[in-house]
Design a protein around this ligand. Structure first.
Ligand SMILES: [Zn+2]
Length: 145
């Protein structure tokens, strides 16, 4: 490994984000090259200085807890949606099975219905027509005179 390759990977090396083979190569180069080792020490100092300088800027744990609670309240659905969630899941042929079951349910409901005697037509006191033959020829064509 040459110095350019080593110094290009120093930041990732410092954050331990390299593959183990490349990490081992850079570590080996740092043990043999004073320039790259000095560059690595400067980088570590800079990273440490940045971390210390911004340590006070970080919000306290109460801010993090409040933020987590607010995000959880926003993301978590209300209890009625969580209860109804299994019913709203797409189930294959769920609707078709329900639609096919409707005639069966209707048939069972009508079969279990108690049979009542058919109501007799109401008897009325209206006059009824008797001695009428609808097959007889009407008297319309009878010669009057
Ligand atoms: Zn070097």
């Amino acid at each position: 490994m040459n110095c350019n390759d080593c110094q290009d990977g120093l930041i990732d090396f410092a954050h331990r984000e390299l593959e183990s083979e490349v990490h081992t190569q850079i570590a080996g180069h740092l043990t043999q090259c004073a320039d790259c080792a000095l560059e690595y020490c400067r980088l570590q100092a800079d990273l440490h200085g940045i971390a210390v300088a911004h340590d006070d800027d970080a919000p306290g744990p109460h801010v993090r807890a409040a933020l987590r609670a607010r995000v959880a309240a926003t993301i978590t659905p209300p209890w009625w949606r969580r209860v109804a969630a299994p019913l709203r899941r797409p189930i294959p042929m769920y609707g078709a099975v329900l639609a096919a079951a409707v005639p069966l349910v209707v048939w069972i409901a009508t079969a279990l219905e108690p049979t009542e005697p058919r109501p007799t037509p109401p008897t009325s006191s209206a006059p009824t027509i008797t001695h009428y033959d609808a097959t007889a020829m009407p008297n319309v064509h009878r010669e009057v005179l």
